[in-house]
Design a protein around this ligand. Structure first.
Ligand SMILES: Nc1ncnc2c1ncn2[C@@H]1O[C@H](COP(=O)(O)OP(=O)(O)OP(=O)(O)O)[C@@H](O)[C@H]1O
Ligand SMILES: [Mg+2]
Length: 99
């Protein structure tokens, strides 16, 4: 598992209140497979993205960038923590398609 970094762009233009995130990752982790053969795609991600905020996710191939986006889109569930989109579990709301 490589290092994943999140680069935050400019502040959103509108006034965002604390806790007013569009997407929120809380202790997010995702593994594929079970038991000793499980592959940890990413883990311990805490991130809040406000509406209109510009965020870039960078890191080497295989570090979990698409995994993060797929979880935001509700394509698969977290295996640790949670992903919330507009204050609802992202699995209830297909928000975007992963790149
Ligand atoms: N559906 C899946 N089943 C099993 N392993 C998966 C699955 N999707 C991703 N992985 C594994 O999870 C890890 C993270 O993959 P991911 O596609 O998120 O990386 P990435 O940072 O988007 O890479 P890239 O820059 O090549 O697109 C990799 O080891 C990958 O092989
Ligand atoms: Mg990818």
């Amino acid at each position: 598992m490589g290092q994943l970094a999140v680069v935050l762009g400019e502040e959103p233009k509108r006034e965002a209140c604390a806790g007013d995130a569009l997407i929120r990752f809380k202790g997010f982790g995702k593994s594929f497979g079970l038991g000793s053969g499980a592959l940890v795609a990413t883990r311990n991600i805490d991130l809040e993205v406000a509406a209109g905020e510009f965020v870039t996710i960078v890191g080497p191939s295989g570090c979990g960038k698409s995994t993060l986006l797929n979880a935001a889109a509700g394509i698969f569930p977290a295996t640790a923590g949670e992903v919330v989109y507009r204050e609802r579990p992202s699995r209830d709301t297909i928000a975007m398609s992963a790149i």
